[in-house]
Write a protein that binds this ligand. Structure first.
Ligand code: 5AD
Ligand code: SF4
Length: 446
């Protein structure tokens, strides 16, 4: 085994969900704490962390081709080699295979073990190949350094893992059982994020609305209690949360949408399919009607709520008629924006063994039809918001001189021209809608 000098520069490449983005940010902070600096744009990094996603097809293939590219591009004449770490859900699910198949990989680190990266890097620099895919969820957060500098929008992981075992999904195996981070740690981290510049916090979890904890008085609270408490932080302007399971959508959380002003009018509540037989085969434990009943309740307390969801087309055994039910559901709900995917058999999940796997062409056609419908609704939602007065949280400069980009309360991308700065909350009127963004003008007198 060859040894490498300690890395001086790093690059973290995150794929997949927002949870992975959060983990990637925390890894970067951890590396910075070790005195390793981000590699400048266009330059090779001494240490590359591939923070992978395993939820859909070709994720592992992508990792191997990324590894190949890093090795091929390595042009240092000093006989050294890049330090490559594979992190995230592919590392958790296929760590051993990666080590066997890709000799260039020096570290494999699972989503619950990345706080141990500094020691792993020391071992790897000394020539060892190291794997850590342990799953003690809480110690990771205790071991991570405090957040330093954040932008106006920040993620805060409050919960990890999943106990629902939907038959298509790999998450219960890669991220483990549902674990809630303790209340005090979250309040503390949220305050630090706000002190560091965050004006909006998105609470993250694979089943974020399953979060539960004991508050300072020792009383058991749910996500709604946590949201209410965070809403008391004076300089925090906006709170969001994602992603939720219909079964954990409590009346308390629904009520919070009606009376916590800082909780933004947006709900990402995946349904996956619009047919009860398919939902049962997916082990979703909700029906089309029970899902719609939740949306009705949310709309009753917050009529302008923007609804979002996830869909899978081509689940094993899904017939044309069952797929049509999904289209009908989409038309009934009128989503503001959605994610939709072709079913992908994940090794080790029950659905991968089911009969009736759907042909690729059928899935392609269904996905196209679904996305056409979803795009139509997204456009309709955007058009319906023209004329609305709202706030925009400024996130960054736009392409044009004097132009700024930010998000509306309904999570639409909004652009406008004004004399403002990143982190400002600007009062605007929404003027013209496109499929993916809205132009606005600043309201005078604000
Ligand atoms: N195939 C396709 N899509 C999937 N998702 C999860 N597992 C699979 C799979 N095996 C989708 C679901 C989930 C989102 C994060 O990814 O829609 O809500
Ligand atoms: Fe991918 Fe799911 Fe893991 Fe996120 S939690 S990285 S979406 S497999």
């Amino acid at each position: 085994m060859q040894s490498t000098a300690s890395p001086k520069t790093y690059r973290v490449k995150s794929f997949g969900c927002q949870m992975n983005v959060y983990d990637g940010e925390r890894m970067a902070e951890l590396l910075a704490g070790e005195g390793i600096t981000p590699a400048p744009e266009g330059q090779q990094a001494d240490l590359v962390v591939l923070n992978t996603c395993h939820i859909r097809e070709k994720a592992a293939e992508k990792v191997y081709s990324d590894i190949g590219r890093i090795v091929k591009d390595w042009d240092r004449a000093d006989g050294s080699s890049p330090l490559i770490a594979v992190a995230g859900c592919v590392a958790q699910a296929e760590g051993e295979e990666i080590m066997a198949r890709a000799p260039a990989v020096r570290m494999v680190v699972g989503p619950q073990a990345y706080h141990r990266l500094p020691q792993m890097i020391r071992d790897a620099s000394a020539g060892r190949r190291v794997t850590d895919t342990d799953m003690p969820a809480i110690p990771k957060f205790d071991a991570l350094p405090a957040r330093r500098k954040v932008g106006p929008t920040a993620f805060l992981t409050v919960q990890e893992g999943c106990d629902k075992f939907c038959t298509y999904c790999v998450v219960p195996y890669t991220r483990g059982a549902e674990v809630s981070r303790p209340h005090a740690a979250l309040v503390d981290e949220a305050k630090k994020l706000v002190d560091a510049g965050a004006r909006e916090i998105t609470l993250l979890g694979q089943n974020v609305n399953a979060w539960t904890g004991d508050n300072a008085k020792g009383r058991r609270i749910g996500l709604d209690g946590l949201i209410r408490e965070l809403a008391e932080i004076p300089d925090l302007a906006r709170i969001r949360y994602t992603t939720s399971h219909p079964n954990d959508m409590t009346d308390g959380l629904i009520a919070a949408h009606g009376d916590v002003e800082k909780l933004m009018p947006f709900l990402h509540l995946p349904v996956q399919a619009g047919n009860d037989r398919v939902l049962r085969a997916m082990n979703r434990s909700h029906s089309v009607d029970s899902y719609l009943a939740i949306l009705d309740k949310v709309r009753a307390v917050r009529p302008d709520i923007a609804l979002s969801g996830d869909f899978i087309v081509g689940f094993p055994g899904e017939t044309d008629a069952e797929f049509e039910d999904t289209l009908r559901l989409v038309d009934r709900v009128g989503y503001a924006q959605c994610f939709s995917f072709k079913y992908s058999p994940r090794p080790g999940t029950p659905a991968a063994e089911m009969s009736g796997q759907i042909a690729a062409e059928v899935m392609d056609e269904r996905l196209q039809r679904l996305q056409t419908a979803l795009n139509r609704h997204q456009m309709a939602f955007n058009e319906a918001s023209v004329g609305r007065a709202c706030s925009v949280l400024v996130e960054r400069k736009g392409k044009h001189e004097g132009q700024w980009l930010g998000k509306s309360p309904w999570l639409q991308s909004v652009h406008f021209t004004a004399d403002v700065a990143v982190g400002d909350l600007v009062a605007v009127t929404l003027d013209a809608a496109g499929p993916n963004s809205i132009s606005a003008s600043v309201r005078s007198g604000t």
